[in-house]
Each structure stands twice: as C-alpha cells, then as structure tokens.
Design a protein around this ligand. Structure first.
Ligand SMILES: [Zn+2]
Length: 310
C-alpha cells in the first residue's frame, strides 16, 4: 500500500483528510510521524492502517492495514499493481541513494504473456529465462542514417570531468521510471543528475528531463522525456492522444506495426488508459492549433507503453 489517508479532527471538530504517499510520509519530521501515524486509514476501504519505517536491512517503508474489507483492492492488489508499486519503490530508493541515474533505454519490458507462449511447458519460467526470450523477440527497427549525428548536435553534452564526483551511479529502464512518475514519487521534481546515454555525455536534472504532457511547451526547443497516460487513439491509430492534455497529439503512423508488436497492442482498447513515456521534442503544428510530440528518431527503445492488464 503506497498511499494512506490521515484523518485528523480539527479544533472546530471537523475532519481534515490528507492523503500521503509513503514516500512523503517517511520524509516528515519524526514528531509529525508519531503524531499522525495513529490516524491513518486505507484509501480504498477506510480500514485502520499503520505505517512501518524502512528497516535497517533495506526493506522499504510502507503503509499497511489488518482491517481491510475482504473486497478491498489494497488487500489483494493485482499482480500488475504490486509490480508497479515495487517499481516505484525501487526508483524512490535510487533517488535517495544514488549520485546520478543512467537511463537504460535498452532494458526490455516484462513480457509475461509472450514468455508463456514461447515456452508453454514451463509456466514457472525464471526471470532470466523470460527476459532472454523477450531479448530475442525484440523488434528491430532500422534507424535513420543520421540518427547518431543528430543526437550529437544537442546542447546537453557534458565534459568528462563533470561526473567524476558521481560515485554511485544507478541505472534504470523506462518501465519503472514511468511507474514511479505515475505513482507520484519525487522523480519529477528531483535535482538528481540523469544521463540519457551510456557514454554519459548528455546530462539533465531529473526535474528538467521528465515533463508531464500537461506541461509540454512547444517553444522550449529541447527534447524531454514526456510522460502521462493515453486517453485514446484516432480511428486509424495514427495518433496517441494523452489524457493529461487535450491539445497534444503524438504521431505514430510511421512506427505503428513494430510498436504494436513490441507492446502486444491488439486493438485500440489496449491503449485506452495505458501509461506512456517517450523521449521526444514538442512543437506546434502549422496552424498552431495543436502541439505535436515527436518520438526521437522514431527510436522504439525511447518509448514505453504500460498497458492495463485486464
Ligand atoms: Zn483497504
């Protein structure tokens, strides 16, 4: 359980409700934690909840409850919810521990259903096995010849001396970064240095790199990692329309087939409500009526779609 509601009675005998993420709550001063921890309830069913501090041997801080209703989603979270929460916790820990973060665009998404299809006899395939299967099934897309050159022309190059003090360099893929952003960890506001290439030439403050679709600015002329959720696609599935902003379109007509294969998209419904993160640039269309976010070099490693699994 990553969120809990704190219900306090005010002096006017009103009930003040505040929702805390466990990431926020654990950063409160000790006095506040002691004062508030007895007033926590489950955000889904209202059952009395508790807070457990992070353990010395590395277990993350968490909320929990022994009083959930039997049908409470926090009592028996889906496998997807648990996995996404684990991802958010992992990224939060990296924010706390690391001096810098490197984005590993080559990290492959989990492909449970594909792994099962490929190896129908061993349902309990190990993590390493399923990841090797997804490795071999990765869709290869020919990059435009100028892809590397174009990237080298950006303004975010740093010299080698800049990162010599960064001793603890964490590495993370787009999937968990997206789940962390969607769960409201501090990643989007963090000052942590983030590298978008393995040679550590391009460095950004996390707060400048990660931009929710609602905040996309077509005039800033820099690439970003834009993130949010998909509302819907058009009939031909040539555009992704974010839920976070009504005047943004993400053209995908040129990469549709490999994109659908990579994320096992079978129909439009697969995309409705899905999480989305992509590295790209935002600009106005000709008539300045619509913002376009173009995936960088149409590189499929720089986009991640987190489907709802139901
Ligand atoms: Zn509950």
């Amino acid at each position: 359980m990553l969120d809990a509601i704190c219900e306090l009675e005010t002096e006017e005998h009103l009930t003040a409700r505040t929702t805390y993420s466990v990431f926020k709550f654990q950063q409160l001063p000790d006095d506040d934690i002691e004062r508030l921890r007895q007033w926590l309830i489950c955000p889904a069913c209202g059952g009395k909840a508790y807070f457990r501090k992070a353990s010395k041997d590395g277990k993350a801080a968490c909320f929990g409850s022994r009083y959930h209703q039997a049908d409470c989603i926090e009592f028996k979270p889906s496998a997807q919810k648990s996995r996404e929460e684990q991802g958010a916790i992992e990224v939060h820990q990296q924010l706390v521990d690391a001096d810098a973060l490197m984005i590993d665009f080559s990290r492959k998404p989990r492909r449970h259903s594909l792994a099962n299809k490929a190896a129908p006899t061993s349902k309990s395939s190990s993590i390493s096995k399923s990841s090797s299967i997804s490795e071999s099934s990765q869709v290869s897309v020919a990059l435009p010849a100028g892809a590397q050159v174009q990237e080298l022309r950006t303004d975010y190059q740093v010299n080698a001396a800049a990162h010599t003090t960064e001793k603890r360099l964490a590495s993370q893929g787009l999937e968990k970064l997206l789940h962390s952003l969607l769960r409201g960890t501090d990643l989007a506001k963090s000052n942590l240095w983030v590298y978008t290439d393995s040679e550590r030439k391009y460095r950004w403050r996390a707060k400048n790199l990660f931009v929710n679709f609602a905040d996309a600015d077509p005039l800033d002329n820099k690439p970003h990692l834009y993130w949010g959720t998909i509302s819907h696609t058009d009939k031909a599935m040539d555009w992704l329309n974010p839920a976070d902003s009504k005047d943004i379109g993400i053209p995908i007509d040129g990469i549709k087939q490999p994109l659908w294969a990579q994320f096992e998209i079978e129909d439009k419904r697969c995309l409705e409500g899905a999480g989305l993160i992509l590295f790209g640039k935002c600009f106005w269309n000709k008539d300045k009526t619509r913002k376009i976010i173009q995936l960088w070099n149409n590189d499929l490693q720089r986009i991640f779609i987190s489907k709802l699994e139901d």
